[in-house]
Each structure stands twice: as structure tokens, then as C-alpha cells.
Write a protein that binds this ligand. Structure first.
Ligand SMILES: NC(=O)c1ccc[n+]([C@@H]2O[C@H](COP(=O)([O-])OP(=O)(O)OC[C@H]3O[C@@H](n4cnc5c(N)ncnc54)[C@H](O)[C@@H]3O)[C@@H](O)[C@H]2O)c1
Length: 392
């Protein structure tokens, strides 16, 4: 196993985060790990890669319940070797969460039940993972002498289905009638309006994080995220729609459109999100206690029908599609107003839709050509990770 083999991020950009994320050490001189729950997932593995490439130790806590994420873990292990600590328990288990957070210098909490559809099938499980898991983490942090700063990933679903926003129907997309929404998107002053069990469980967690910062003074902030996309996303019909459409296009399988396909989203390329995480930690003092809307913004919008057109261009042919009824809690339009976070940190997305989709397309094409079915021995890494946490 090689250690820190590559300093590039797999996408060839933004190598040096040391400048804004200093490495923190124990009294014994050993560097403290950065904890990422859900760290084998799409968002987690991309952040982990950036931090590991800059020489940080990273501890991943992930029960590997998402199909495909074991491939992300393999990639991290092969690229960075023993800088990665891996633990494979569940965020519903308080004692392991407490153990994992014990010596962390920073915490990113991404582990979640991520699909609205699954939350409708099993609302209790959804609640226990998303709300209960977050409370476990907050309780573990609250009782620490020096609580590490926490970033939690919430969702635009906390604003409901925006039923009061009027739309004009264009040939390929919905457009808000209100010019200010059209130009800026949805800001944080929008009233919370949880729709679907997923919206409720993530919304509850979101509010717990904001309140633990207020009531107990722990350094913590929330990102209410729109659609994120990019390499290492194992998208399916229930979550990760951009990657799902690209996979269907590459494998020549049909795409089902729920609704009329004019739904509009702003999409944010993963490297831009990772930049925002690093800035969030860097500016934690002034940002703590806030929730921020994070997405591609009005310059990076696309409808489902428009993505199909883009993929037809990339793939040299039309996809076969079928239409079905609208899904519960689906928003006809959601575009992020990112000005609150941008104003405080200077962040803005750098990768446009056409370039980002092309990069995801190329990554998935390469992945499908080189995918190995070899099983991954995570148990070995899990016990190594637990032993490491116990020693600290
Ligand atoms: N990707 C997006 O577009 C998007 C948008 C809004 C919010 N989010 C939020 O961002 C976070 C990361 O999303 P993602 O796209 O990387 O999803 P993902 O499914 O790729 O990653 C989530 C990870 O959490 C793990 N996990 C699930 N249940 C767990 C449990 N009980 N204990 C431990 N680990 C568990 C999964 O195995 C997976 O690796 C999630 O909290 C999600 O709700 C994502």
C-alpha cells in the first residue's frame, strides 16, 4: 500500500489546500485526523481525496450501505494508503460515533439516508439515520473539552415544493415569473417547509445543528445543498440524477422522466463544493450558527430535458425516454441564491454545466471500462481504524 501516492485530485485541479487547512497535531506530535462521516460516499470521498492529497490524516466513518461506494473506498486506499483510517459502523451507534470523534480536528457529517423515495418506504429508518445519527454526533461533540468544528450537509428540500412560486412554462424548462427569483434564486430567508420524511429528517438535523451552535456554543454550520454532481458519484434513479442520466446514456439504457422533464435545478460540480467546505472550516468563527444555501446558482441551471440534449451531443445519439407521473415532493424549480455564503467567504462556483457534465461523462466512461469486480477487504481496514481511534 503506498501512502499519499498522488497529489492531484483525480480531476487534475486544486491540489493545495494546506494554505487554508492547517494540519493539527496531538501533544505527541501525531497529526489529528479529520473525521468524515459518510466518507466513502460521493461527496465524502471527493473531500477526503483533497484533504489526503494535502497530507492530512482522514478518518472515514461509513457503513457502506450505498451500493458502489466501496469502489470509492478502494480508490482512496490505493491512492493514499495509511493516511486513511476507515471505520465501518453506523452513525446510529452512539458509542462508535463518540469514539470516532474523540481526537478529530474537524468534522464533516455526510452519512445519511439520501433518497426521498426510500424515506417514503421506511420513514422510521430515515429518521433514525438522518435525525438520530446527527444528534449522536452533536452529543458526542458537545461533551468534548475542545469541540471540533462541524459542517453538516442539509438539503434544499427543507424549503418544500415552493408551491407559492408562479412559473412560466418554456419549451424545455419552467421559469419563475418573479424576476428577482429568476435572477437570484432561493435565499435562506425562505420559510422552512419540510416536505417528505426525508425533508423532515434532514430538516430536523439541520435545525439541531444550528441550535447546538446557538445553545451550546459548538462551532458548527449547515450547507443546504442543491444538486451536486461529479466523479465518484454512483447515481441512481432515486438520488444523483445527473450521474444516473449519464450512466443510462453510456450503457444505452432508457431514462424514466417523472413529470414533464421541465424541472429546473442548479447543479454544482463537486470540486466547487469541496472548495466551499474548506472555506467553511477556514471561516468557521464568523460563520458558525448559520445555514447557507449552496449550489451552482442561476448561472448553472439545467432542466431534465436540457440534460438529455447535452448527453445526446456528448454520446452522439438520443437516449430512449419514457414519462411517468410526478414524484412526491418534487420541486418544479429550485435554484440556489448563494450570495450569503459568497459574500462572507468570496466563494463562487468555477465549473460550468457543459464542462462539468463532460468531466463526469468521461469519468464514468473510463470507470465502466475499468471497473473490477474484485471484492474489497474492508474488515481489515475497519479494525485498523478502530484500534487507531482507541489509541488516541
Ligand atoms: N449529492 C447531492 O446532490 C446532495 C444534495 C443535497 C444534500 N446532500 C447530502 O450530502 C450528503 C452526502 O451525499 P452523497 O451524495 O455523498 O451521498 P452518498 O450516498 O454517496 O453518501 C452517503 C454515505 O453515507 C453512508 N451511510 C448511509 N447510512 C449510513 C449510516 N447509517 N451510518 C454510516 N454511514 C452511512 C453511505 O454508505 C454513503 O457512503 C448526504 O447527507 C446528503 O443528504 C447531497
Amino acid at each position: 500500500m503506498t501512502r499519499g501516492k498522488s497529489a492531484a485530485n483525480g480531476n487534475g485541479h486544486r491540489k493545495n489546500v494546506n494554505a487554508i487547512t492547517p494540519i493539527t497535531t496531538h501533544k505527541n506530535g501525531k497529526s489529528k485526523p479529520i473525521l468524515i462521516t459518510g466518507g466513502a460516499g460521493f461527496v465524502g470521498s471527493n473531500l477526503a481525496h483533497r484533504l489526503l492529497s494535502a497530507g492530512h490524516r482522514v478518518r472515514l466513518l461509513d457503513n457502506l450501505s450505498r451500493i458502489g461506494v466501496e469502489r470509492n473506498l478502494r480508490w482512496l486506499m490505493e491512492t493514499h494508503g495509511d493516511l486513511v483510517d476507515i471505520d465501518v459502523p453506523d452513525v446510529r451507534n452512539f458509542s462508535v460515533v463518540k469514539q470516532a470523534v474523540k481526537d478529530a480536528s474537524q468534522v464533516f457529517h455526510f452519512a445519511a439516508q439520501v433518497a426521498v423515495t426510500s424515506s417514503l418506504v421506511d420513514p422510521r429508518e430515515d429518521f433514525e439515520i438522518n435525525a438520530g445519527g446527527t444528534l449522536n454526533l452533536l452529543e458526542a461533540i458537545r461533551t468534548m473539552e475542545n469541540p471540533p468544528p462541524l459542517i453538516f450537509t442539509s438539503t434544499n428540500k427543507v424549503y418544500g415544493n415552493l408551491a407559492d412560486v408562479d412559473f412560466t412554462q418554456r419549451p424545455t424548462r419552467y421559469e419563475p415569473a418573479d424576476a428577482s427569483i429568476r435572477e437570484r434564486g432561493i435565499a435562506e430567508d425562505r420559510p422552512l417547509d419540510f416536505h417528505s420524511p426525508y425533508g423532515c429528517s434532514k430538516g430536523a438535523a439541520d435545525q439541531y445543528v444550528v441550535d447546538y451552535a446557538r445553545t451550546f456554543g459548538i462551532p458548527a454550520l449547515v450547507f443546504r445543498m442543491s444538486c451536486i454532481y461529479g466523479p465518484h458519484q454512483h447515481g441512481n434513479e432515486d438520488q444523483g440524477w445527473v450521474a444516473h442520466f449519464v450512466i443510462q446514456s453510456i450503457t444505452g439504457q432508457p431514462v424514466t422522466i417523472y413529470g414533464d422533464g421541465r424541472q429546473v435545478r442548479d447543479i454544482l460540480f463537486i470540486d466547487d463544493l469541496v472548495d466551499a467546505f474548506l472555506l467553511g472550516q477556514q471561516h468557521m468563527k464568523k460563520l458558525s450558527g448559520n445555514a447557507f444555501n449552496i449550489g451552482g446558482g442561476p448561472n448553472n441551471t439545467i432542466s431534465l430535458l436540457e440534460l438529455l440534449d447535452l448527453l445526446a451531443e456528448l454520446n452522439g445519439g438520443d437516449l430512449s425516454i419514457c414519462f411517468q407521473d410526478w414524484r412526491a415532493a418534487d420541486q418544479r424549480y429550485y435554484v440556489t441564491d448563494t450570495s450569503k455564503f459568497s459574500g462572507l467567504t468570496g466563494w463562487k462556483p468555477r465549473v460550468g454545466v457543459a464542462e462539468g457534465v463532460r468531466r463526469l461523462y468521461e469519468w464514468l466512461l473510463n470507470e465502466s471500462a475499468h471497473c473490477s469486480g474484485e471484492p474489497l477487504n474492508v474488515t481489515q481496514f475497519a479494525s485498523a481504524g478502530r484500534a487507531e481511534a482507541a489509541k488516541a
